[in-house]
Design a protein around this ligand. Structure first.
Ligand SMILES: Nc1ncnc2c1ncn2[C@@H]1O[C@H](COP(=O)(O)OP(=O)(O)OP(=O)(O)O)[C@@H](O)[C@H]1O
Length: 441
């Protein structure tokens, strides 16, 4: 399903590789945790799987395809098989829950009929059927993450990549999110999740791949989190921050089995599942392997954990996937003035017009008439689709194109289609719908 053959990734201007001769294979239907200190290479792995970036050397196969053989023009098609979830949710703040989920189908040209069926089904699965009309800021953090997960899975991807999806959530809410991810996995979707959260990894007892300094130092079939290489932070404390650890100073986990567990046993009284699966898992016809796992296990944070090694003097933080923006669930400036019926072509044309355009929400929501958001465009006033945007919908939202480049958000200069990876920056749209899709770089 996913295979890295001798993968080395060296970022320009760096001396040490972010990934150093990685060989690993993830099988269909697996649930894999990627763990490791900050800067160990977890997000780089996810970026390479997405073909967001390419390795310096080595080969990557995803879904049976050698990523080198996928032309830039085909990358958007390839990515439709992958769902992505980030720590910071990345919802469109001025769109409802329904619209946020529908949006990812709109941009790949799914029919209105398909959207009307798939979105409610998916919202039901994540337990948000009743909140379809809410705006992101009217939801809790856990609910927002469930919307993001719904958006990532609504097209039934074969692989779900999650980059610290519980990083901004409290332990109970995280447990609900993990139960949901387990359920998605039980439906046949392969899940690869980067995390720093020891309690979750320990509870799930799934495959754990540990990176240290760009190398795999542990690959355990049913592993826990604890190694000498990773400091433990107590659940519920510092959940909003990644541990700051100097990978140079961490001890290699070459012999994790000899390490004593630092985890207190879980409190059985806490085993109630806050996300009790009331609805069936989505079926994934494209994933022929039957659900390999037991019914969603309860994921409850372990009893209070005694913090151990916290290494002071953090290094410059690694650039994570969540910070660099990404494809499948990346934030996008909402489409400009979309005529109905919505569609990739219409949105691409609108987004590519280069003119300031009013925002229009063209998604039909049951029980709610299609309506224009009707924010007039004001060049230079920013549509806040930054990671902090979720929950900030009370701020007026404006189109930002065209806008001056900023140092840290080049994405804002791209059109909607470009930002979604549907077309290479600068490439002109044609009039043939799906064929609009083109190279991403
Ligand atoms: N775009 C980039 N340019 C240069 N170096 C980078 C870039 N992205 C990541 N790196 C470096 O590559 C290494 C691995 O980074 P990566 O983001 O993959 O780590 P990570 O394990 O995901 O960290 P975190 O847990 O903090 O997200 C780090 O040393 C980081 O500084």
């Amino acid at each position: 399903m996913i295979r890295f053959d001798s993968i080395t990734k060296k970022y320009p201007g760096t001396t040490r590789p972010a990934l150093d001769d990685i060989n690993v294979e993830v099988l269909r239907g697996e649930f894999v945790f990627l763990v490791g200190a900050s800067g160990s290479g977890k997000s780089t792995c996810l970026r390479l799987i997405l073909k967001e970036d390419k390795p310096t050397s080595g080969r990557i196969h995803v879904l049976g395809q050698d990523l080198r053989s996928i032309s830039n023009r085909k990358v958007p098609y390839f990515r439709r098989n992958l769902g992505v979830v980030f720590q910071d949710f990345r919802l469109l703040p001025n769109k409802s829950v329904f619209e946020n989920v529908a949006f990812s189908l709109q941009v790949i040209g799914k029919s209105r009929g398909f959207i009307q069926e798939a979105v409610p089904d998916t919202l039901k699965m994540v337990g948000l059927a009743e909140k379809a009309l809410r705006l992101p800021h009217e939801l809790s953090g856990g609910e927002q993450q469930r919307v993001a997960i719904a958006r990532a899975i609504v097209n039934k991807p074969q692989v779900l990549l999650a980059d610290e999806p519980t990083g901004n959530l409290d332990p109970t809410t995280s447990a609900g999110i993990m139960a949901l991810l387990e359920r998605i996995n039980a439906g046949g979707t392969t899940v690869v999740m980067a995390t720093h959260e020891a309690g979750i990894v320990d509870k799930m007892q799934r495959r754990v791949i540990e990176l240290s300094g760009g190398k795999i130092v542990r690959d355990e079939r049913q592993g826990g989190y604890a190694t000498a290489g990773i400091p433990i932070i107590p659940l519920g404390a510092g959940l909003h921050r990644k541990p700051a650890v100097d990978p140079q100073r961490t001890v290699s986990a070459l012999a994790p089995s000899v390490l004593p567990s630092v985890f207190a046993p879980a409190n059985p009284a806490n085993q109630a599942n806050p996300m009790a699966p009331a609805t069936p898992a989505l079926t994934h016809p494209s994933a022929p392997v039957p659900a390999p796992l037991a019914p969603a296990a309860v994921v409850v944070p372990a009893a209070p954990i005694t913090p151990v090694v916290i290494v002071p003097d953090a290094p410059a933080r690694a650039v994570s996937l969540a910070e660099t923006g990404a494809v499948a669930a990346a934030p996008v400036t909402p489409p400009a003035s979309v005529p109905q019926p919505f569609g990739e072509q219409a949105m691409a044309i609108a987004a590519d017009s280069g003119m300031p355009l009013p925002l229009t929400s063209a998604v039909f929501v049951p029980g709610r008439e299609p309506q224009a958001d009707a924010h007039e465009t004001t060049p230079g006033t920013g549509a806040d689709d930054s990671p902090t945007a979720a929950g900030a919908a009370e701020q007026p939202t404006y189109m930002t194109r065209p806008m001056a480049p900023t140092q840290d958000d080049v994405l804002d200069q791209l059109t909607l289609a470009e930002r979604l990876g549907l077309r290479a920056p600068g490439e002109k749209p044609d009039q043939t719908g799906e064929q609009n899709v083109g190279p991403t770089r």
